[in-house]
Design a protein around this ligand. Sequence first.
Ligand code: FA5
Length: 337
Amino acid sequence: RERAMHDISVVATDLKTLHQTRVDWLGKKGPLTEVLRGMKDLTPEERPAIGALANEVRDALTQAITDRQSALEAEALTKQLAQETIDVTLPGKPVHQGQPHVLQQIIESLEDQFMGMGYQIVEGPEVEQDQYNFEMMNLPKDHPARDMQDTFYITPDILMRTQTSPVQARTLETHDFNAGPLKMISPGRVYRRDTDDATHSHQFHQVEGLVIDKHITMGDLKGTLLAVAHQLFGADHEIRLRPSYFPFTEPSVEVDVSWGAVTADTKPEDIEWIEVLGAGMVHPNVLRMAGVDPDVYGGFAFGLGPDRFAMLKYGVEDIRNFYLNDVRFLTQFDQKG
Ligand code: FA5
């Protein structure tokens, strides 16, 4: 009995050894079983005493093993808990959250600004009819200015839109001028058969703008575009309007934004200008073809390139970076920082 107790409390230092101890002492081949089996050879007088003793020893050993088992289990648990302690002061693994694409950020900031100025946002189809993309924009089939926008044709009458200007015609057709003036912008993708290079992509973005009312002037156009440049590039940037040509506007301008800040001391010859958009006063033919009377209504339109805006704002030298989907490039524009 003493040896058994010694095995239980001293030798069995883990659960596996304790299990072996139980088998050794209480198992079928153990000494206790042997004693009980030998009972039949005893005299009837001896039996009760030996039987009682054997039972007592068995109960004591069983109890001791159970106690020892609980103790060992508790010990193992404590050890495991100690090993698995979490050091809450260690830095965590950052979970990366997605973000809008940098071009989407530029477009959304323009949308916010124009909505604040009372414009509605209109969308048009990317697969467009020749009629809206060109003819209603005062570009008949044989017009030489069609060469300015090399086109992906799907059929002779259906194409991938080369500009967001067709949304002008679509909106003019449906707008109810009795309900008030028309002020809209239309952001979206456009497609041209351009050869890709650092500043040209065969698929890029435009944001079209159109304002039609009874007394809109070129001063309104310039003020609006200046507000856009200030919002996007900073209040210390200037804009410049240069005469240009578009079939759907007359007069037409191309608009440049100053590359750096312009102060009262900056000499005009020191300013570097970057072209960002085309604009002008809507051509009477465009209004007439959409069923709007050009003797009563008139206004301005513009088409700006968010890709070019983004290049300018962030100093991105190659437009193709916007379309490669390299997350190392894209996460630089994480607004959340
Ligand atoms: C137009 O597309 C006219 N529809 C703009 C317009 C609208 C003029 C309303 C007057 C009234 P243009 O082809 O210049 O014009 O393109 C306008 C802008 O789109 C450019 O200033 C430039 O910012 C951008 N852009 C043009 N081609 C590309 C290209 N291949 N890749 C990236 N951006 C381009």
